[in-house]
Design a protein around this ligand. Sequence first.
Ligand code: BTN
Length: 311
Amino acid sequence: MALADGHFCSGEVLGEALEISRSAVSKHIKYLSELGLEIYSVQGKGYRLAKSLSLLNKNTILSLLDSHDASQLIVLNVIDSTNQYIKNHQSKLKSGFVCLAEAQTAGRGRHGKTWVSPYGASLYMSMHWEFSAGYQGLGGLSLAVGVAVVRALAKFGISGVQLKWPNDIYLEGKKLAGVLIEVDGHFGGACQCIIGIGLNVDLPENITNIDQSYIDISSVLSSRVDRNTLAALLINELTASIIKFELLGFSSFVDAWRAVDVYANMPIKLIMGQNIIEGVGRGIDDTGALLIETEEGVKTFQGGEISVRPA
Ligand code: BTN
C-alpha cells in the first residue's frame, strides 16, 4: 500500500498508482477508515496514515516458517472472521493450515463477544487442526495454545507475558491477546478444531469499543513491530506445540503454564452463570482445570470467567 510508510501522498498520485479516479481513491480511503485504519486527510497535501504500517506478506512469512508449504497459508486483506474462513473451507484443509487477515469485519471473541479488529493493527490468525483422538483428547488444548503464544512472544523479545485461565494472554496486568477455539465433530470420531488467536500489535489511539483494559506490543517495544516475523514465530510455535500436545497430552505443558499463571496465589472470583465462587487462585491441576482455595478447601473448576477480587 502506497501509504504504508506514513508519508503524505496526494489523491492524484494514489489514483495514478492504482489506476483509479480521485473519487475512487477517496472512497477507498473512507472504506479503510471504516475498517479502523487511522488516516489523516489534509487539503493540498493528500492523505497520510497516523502510524506507518507493516503489512503482512505471504512470501516473507513463508520464508520464516519451519515448513515452507505455500498451500498451507493464506493471507487475506479483509474478511469477516479468520475462524469463519477456516470453518467455510475446513473439509478441504490439512492440519496446520493458517489463515491470516489484515482486518476482520466480524471478529469473534469468547462468550459471543466481538473481537475488535482494526486494519493492520494486530494479528488475526486461525489454524485448522484435525484431532484423530476426538473430543476426549482436547482437554487442556486452549491452555497449551496459551503457552505457545507466550513462547512465541518470548522469541520476539517480549518477556513477562502471563496467562489468565483458561487462555487469555496478559502483559503488565492487561490483555494482550485472546484465543478462541471452535470445535466440530461427532462424538467418538475425529474432530476438527479452529484455533483462533488475536494479538494486539499497534492499536489505533481512537479505539473506543474494547470493554476491558488492554495493551499492545508497540507500547512495550521501542522499534516498529514487524508483524511478518511475529506471525511466523506464532505459526512455528503453535504448530510445534500442537504436535507435542497430540503426542504427549496436556501434561507436557502443565509446568510451563503454572510458571506464567497471572492469578497464582491471588484473591480471585470465578463467575459461572449466576454462581460466583470466591477464593485464592491455586493454579491448575494436571488436566488444566482451575484450582481455587475456598473456605471449604481447594475446589476444581472446568469453566467460567475469573477476575481479581479486591482484597
Ligand atoms: C477472546 O475473546 O479472548 C478470544 C479472541 C480471539 C480473536 C481471534 S482473531 C482471529 C480469530 N478470528 C476470530 O474471529 N476470532 C479469533
